[in-house]
Design a protein around this ligand. Structure first.
Ligand SMILES: Nc1ncnc2c1ncn2[C@@H]1O[C@H](COP(=O)(O)OP(=O)(O)OP(=O)(O)O)[C@@H](O)[C@H]1O
Length: 840
């Protein structure tokens, strides 16, 4: 049997297919469709839910070219890459059209508007792990941000990456042959991972490669040594992105080194526990970031995400952000005018990134023009404030008067999404273009007039001259009037109800029109490219402007919500204290505002104060009934501390915080269970991390540690943990410890820097009323049974529980209750002094 001869087009296809990286779906442009063949077609059809067909034994599936974006998004969501082969010349009859691989789209390298979340960064990260620690580089190609970091303790860097939530991570395949730290494995499990071969990740001169892309002679200008252990990861990212974009990224000119000791470290567990970016059950709604995002521009929201992912210890920088909020807070009218102007701006930084990577779209150039139109108003809006920091912000915004004039002169007011649609360049700007356009217009008028003439000549009242892509211009006559058609009409196509004809002079005109239109589009393209090149000469200034606009938007949004919600400017200093007067939990406060009936009947948030000092009142042990508000209180303190380090104002009447190096939390464990650890193991791992890594500058919140094991073991561990955090020295980390172990309140007698607090409740007719107030002193009872009743436990069970409790507390056995010695009571010591407490 002879092998079937390969067609030239299939050769074209095969040549590209063979060179593609694994996991790619190849979309091959065939006229108005992107086609997939063979295995790609089978896979694509199942991912996209489209029909699989077969032609000459080859399986095929296609998607319309014009609707490709939606389909591409689905493929990327399924974790696959998409290779695009486009036609690179205008098809000519009888000749194989030239095609080329123009892009490989991967989740971390997409730049197209439709495939990016406007309010979230799109991070592509590269990791490497060796004896010196974990090394990483990450880039947002859609915004031109490029950073590296390296840490001896992998968990520190993992939490920094966790906050960024990379859409794709590239790693050398060999990394999996080593024993990876558990945190790294966990991070990789949650992302789309691309494994690269050795030759793709190793380079003789990674620093040199980086310099070339960034357009610099050395990395020293960025404060980065060529031997920095994360430099190879950064070079890997450049190589990988270049392969996917089919060119070196054109919008990277800076590399920053994220020094984690300049930031407030918030480990991954704490990010999740405090629901900073996502709520525990998944999704952004109800998270802290959601509560603080009231930006009017997408770039403002992305900046908020970056500031939340990178809380800083840099007190002057925090003061700068706070002062600007303060000005916008006080000058409401000016701030609202600025906001109105910002609302009219477009996403400059993403548009620029696309242009710099040769993804051009006339509407986006219109977006730049629309933004430039707003700049004078924004500039004067900032200058009018007559404030040094607002002026600094204004100084980062350019005017671009000349560029604006060029865009006004050249670009039409209403712009099409595609260059080929025509109508991009204004009438009157270019003589050549005007001439060809008027030829086309005249010819079209000729056609319209001709229709009228033909109707009169033939007496066919409903005769129409129409146009379609495959036949060009034709005359359409309904079947009933066919007998009136003159001889010179040439029949072209028969329809159910009509006949279609052409005439020689109509064909001549058609040629003239199409010719003129082609010429017009070619001329428009030439002018448009000139405009794009001109925009790019201002790229650096435009990018700086975009950053300043995003900052203005974010700070005005924060000022606005601070005013609406009654937030205050926190004082941040070098002290070792936290002093919050009437603090509130920002997310719960807002949710109570919108739904006035909480489960316990609360109708508004009850504020509570907090005073901690590493040197005097370092540890607060918080007791109180279930549902009283212990977790809420300790979380609210951590959230206020977190917010203060982003520059934001905080929900309190007054707040002073000595800067914090790390925020630790040990609360909740749900999603950690997925790692295959028991609740108790997770709890102990996290506690070990806290004990080993906290300093006198840290803030720790601990919620019921020790509850995952037997009461005595748990209590003993909790007791020893508090003693360790207190330590023997003069100071220790500021700590809030919420617990149901009332025995721990006795530590106040032996540890001078520990204070007891409780959340108050009142008893009324055997019911409890939650007061939500944190007061000095330990709680007297647990009220667990009353809370169980509130939760809907059946009455007989509640009654029986009461009997058992009474029996335990009174030592009676009349109710057939368990013996007191088997069940720890809340009021009694956990065990006999001699056999347990002597340990403490
Ligand atoms: N200060 C407050 N003002 C108003 N409502 C509050 C306040 N604090 C807590 N709440 C409400 O009470 C509910 C229970 O609070 P929280 O979970 O903090 O209690 P808890 O003492 O930690 O309970 P448990 O010991 O059972 O874990 C919260 O979901 C919230 O709706």
């Amino acid at each position: 049997m002879t092998a079937k001869k390969e067609t030239p087009m299939m050769r074209q296809y095969r040549e590209v297919r063979e060179g593609l990286p694994p996991g790619c779906l190849l979309l091959f442009r065939l006229g108005d469709f992107y086609e997939m063949f063979g295995e790609d077609a089978v896979r694509g059809a199942s991912v996209l839910g489209i029909t699989l067909t077969k032609r000459h034994d080859t399986q095929m599936a296609g998607i319309p070219f014009h609707a490709a974006d939606n389909y591409i998004q689905k493929v990327l969501d399924a974790g696959l890459k998409v290779a695009i082969v486009d036609q690179t010349e205008v098809p000519k009859p009888g000749k194989l059209v030239e095609r080329a691989l123009t892009r490989i789209l991967t989740p971390g390298t997409v730049l197209e508007e439709d495939q990016l979340d406007p309010r979230s960064g799109s991070w592509l990260a590269a990791l490497n792990w060796d004896k010196k620690g974990l090394h990483a580089a990450w880039v947002d190609l859609s915004a031109g941000i490029f950073e590296i970091a390296s840490e001896e303790r992998p968990e520190d860097l993992v939490s920094c990456l966790d906050a960024l939530s990379p859409t794709e991570i590239v790693v050398p395949a060999a990394i999996f042959q080593q024993d990876l730290p558990e945190e790294v494995e966990w991070l990789l499990k949650r992302s789309i991972v691309t494994q690269l071969d050795r030759e793709e990740t190793e380079s003789r001169d990674p620093a040199g490669e980086l310099c070339q892309t960034l357009g610099v002679l050395s990395l020293e200008g960025f404060g980065i040594d060529a031997e920095h252990p994360a430099v190879p990861s950064a070079a890997t990212l450049i190589r990988y992105s270049s392969e996917m974009l089919r060119r070196t990224p054109g919008n990277l000119n800076r590399l920053s080194w994220r020094r984690l000791d300049e930031t407030v470290r918030v480990d991954s567990a704490t990010l999740r526990n405090l629901e900073i970016f996502e709520v525990t059950k998944g999704g952004r709604s109800g998270s802290l970031i959601d509560c603080f995002d009231q930006c009017v521009t997408a770039a403002g929201s992305r900046l908020l995400e970056r500031w939340f992912a990178n809380p800083v210890r840099d007190v002057p920088e925090l003061h700068r952000r706070q002062s600007l909020i303060s000005i916008f807070h006080d000058r409401t009218i000016q701030a609202s005018d600025l906001r109105a102007a910002l609302r009219q701006t477009r996403d400059l930084s993403r548009i620029l990134s696309r242009l710099q990577n040769r993804i051009r779209n006339p509407r986006e150039i219109g977006g730049i023009r629309d933004t430039l139109r707003q700049l004078p108003e924004i500039l004067s809006g900032l200058q009018i404030l007559e404030d040094e920091k607002a002026t600094d912000l204004a100084n980062r915004i350019g005017e671009f008067a000349e560029l604006k004039e060029i865009l006004e002169k050249t670009m039409a007011e209403e712009l099409p999404g595609k260059l080929n649609d025509g109508g991009v360049i204004r009438d009157g700007y270019d003589e050549v273009l005007d001439r060809v356009r008027s030829l086309a217009r005249n010819a079209r008028t000729w056609v319209a007039e001709r229709e009228q003439e033909e109707r009169e000549k033939t007496g066919i009242k409903n005769l129409r001259i129409k146009y379609n892509g495959s036949f060009g211009y034709f005359i359409e006559v309904t079947k009933a009037n066919v007998h009136l058609v003159p001889d010179e009409y040439v029949r072209k196509q028969t329809m159910t109800n009509a006949e279609r004809y052409y005439t020689e002079d109509l064909k001549e005109k058609e040629k003239e029109i199409l010719n003129a239109e082609d010429k017009a589009i070619a001329r428009e393209e030439e002018i448009f490219q000139g405009v794009v090149d001109r925009v790019l000469t201002d790229a650096d200034g435009l990018r700086r402007t975009a950053e300043a606009l995003a900052e203005t938007d974010l700070l005005i949004a924060w000022a606005d919500l601070s005013r609406m919600r009654g937030y205050v400017r926190p004082e941040i200093d070098d002290s070792l204290e936290i002093d919050i007067e009437n603090g509130r939990h920002p997310v719960i406060e807002e949710s109570l505002r919108s739904s006035p009936e909480g489960i316990a009947g609360a109708d508004s948030f009850v504020p509570n104060s907090c005073a901690l000092s590493s040197e005097s009142h370092q540890i607060a042990v918080l007791t109180g009934p279930n549902m009283a508000g212990k977790s809420t209180y300790i979380r609210q303190v951590a959230l206020i501390a977190f917010l203060a380090h982003t520059g934001c104002w905080v929900p309190a009447d007054r707040c002073r915080i000595g800067w914090i190096d790390r925020i630790f939390s040990r609360v909740g464990a749900s999603d950690e269970l997925a790692r295959g650890h028991s609740t108790f193991m997770v709890e102990m791992n996290e506690t070990a991390n806290i004990l080993n890594n906290s300093s006198e500058r840290s803030l720790i919140i601990l919620d019921e540690i020790g509850r995952g094991t037997s009461t005595y073991d748990g209590l003993s561990i909790a007791w020893a943990v508090i003693e360790n955090l207190h330590g023997q020295g003069p100071r220790g980390p500021r700590t809030l410890f919420a617990t149901h172990y009332h025995e721990l309140t006795r530590l106040e007698d032996s540890l001078p820097r520990l204070r007891n607090f409780s959340v108050s409740v009142k008893e009324w007719n055997d019911q409890i009323v939650f007061m939500r107030q944190v007061i000095p002193g330990a709680a007297d009872r647990s009220y667990g049974i009353q809370v169980a009743r509130l939760a809907g436990i059946p009455v007989p069970v509640i009654d029986r529980a009461k009997e058992i409790l009474e029996a335990l507390e009174g030592g009676s056995t009349a109710t057939n209750a368990p013996q007191q010695s088997n069940v720890p009571t809340k009021k009694k010591k956990p065990v006999k002094e001699s056999d347990q407490l002597s340990l403490f």
